[in-house]
Design a protein. Structure first.
Length: 334
């Protein structure tokens, strides 16, 4: 008798404990979110190694910082602007929705070319080639249809939410283009993290097909792990991104725009390539201290003798320039 009462009390106690734990974790909807994610897919990164990214989401704006590479990306879904910054060189490249539309068209044109080539084959070769095309997600009609497969496979992920480590139960989702063997997206999503913004919609300013983006927009659960197949038509690359930490503090509105003194360049990758060439390329001697310096046309590092003179004097810094100009050497015409 006593034993039963004790058992009953114990199970009631357990019930109370479960209740209070779930109340501690009330599903209020987060507005501003800062995420820490491990990813190999940062745009503009020179390596494919994993890097820790800091992702800030505020309404229709997203900012991704890769501090190891001095790289920042901002996406504004309201203005349809995608910007990629080099914090080191204080330059940025800007893409709009139409820039990505052009890239999508380029990919589709590439696929049509593949279809045309298969059509030219003999019947015998055609069957095998068609099978391979279908496995790549390309259909003879040239159309791209995407669908989401919700699997029953689940997995626990460890995520720190506002400073507390939690086990988050995730379900595996696959988004596939046509009959492709490899899915365009493999997602591990959860209902346990009530973030209001579906940040998958930010992929709209990217190279994924319209059909895939439409599927991404429908997902209401929070994606803890994202694996995507980036396919430009000529290059295929698998990227991943796993959320490790979520902070739900308010984020100030500044910091999503172009910082002062940053200059726009047409092609950031091209700019960085040239910059590297300059830094490794020909060097000059400082006119004052004769130290070797890279050739860089910075206003404060060189001075002309007169407006009519072509000759430039290069300096390693403004101190050397000041010292040189205080002397008489540069004014004396030969
Ligand atoms: Zn010098």
């Amino acid at each position: 008798m006593t034993q039963t009462t004790y058992r009953g009390y114990k199970s009631r106690l357990a019930g109370v404990l479960v209740l209070s734990i779930s109340f501690l974790w009330t599903p209020t909807l987060f507005a501003d979110v800062t995420l820490l994610a491990e990813s190999n897919g940062f745009p503009g990164a020179s390596t494919s190694n994993d890097a820790m990214l800091r992702i800030a989401v505020k309404k229709s704006s997203m900012r991704i910082i890769n501090s190891a590479q001095f790289h920042v990306v901002t996406i504004d879904m309201e203005k349809n602007v995608f910007r990629e910054f080099s914090a080191y060189h204080k330059v940025y490249e800007q893409k709009t929705a139409s820039s990505f539309e052009k890239l999508r068209q380029k990919r589709e044109a590439q696929q049509r070319k593949q279809i045309d080539e298969v059509q030219k084959l003999s019947d015998k070769e055609k069957a095998q080639a068609l099978k391979e095309l279908r496995e790549d997600g390309i259909e003879l009609n040239g159309k791209i249809v995407a669908k989401t497969e919700r699997t029953t496979i689940t997995k626990d992920f460890r995520v720190r939410i506002d400073g507390v480590m939690r086990n988050v139960k995730c379900t595996r989702l696959l988004i596939r283009e046509n009959n492709a063997r490899l899915p365009a997206f493999e997602l591990w999503v959860t209902k346990d993290i009530p973030v209001k913004e579906n940040f998958l919609r930010f992929y709209e300013l990217g190279t994924f097909s319209k059909a895939v983006i439409a599927e991404l927009k429908k997902i209401t659960d929070f994606p803890v792990r994202i694996e995507a197949l980036v396919d430009t038509g000529s290059v295929k690359k698998r990227i991943h991104c796993e959320i490790k930490d979520i902070e739900t503090e308010a984020i100030p509105a500044w910091g999503f725009d172009v910082p002062k003194k940053f200059k726009k360049v047409a092609d950031l990758a091209e700019f960085l390539k040239n910059q590297e060439a300059i830094e490794q390329g020909p060097k000059l001697n400082c006119a004052d201290c004769s130290k070797l310096i890279p050739v860089r046309a910075k206003a404060d590092t060189w001075v002309k003798r007169s407006k009519s003179m072509r000759k430039k004097y290069w300096f390693c810094n403004s101190e050397c320039r000041k010292r040189f100009m205080a002397g008489t050497k540069w004014r004396t015409k030969k």
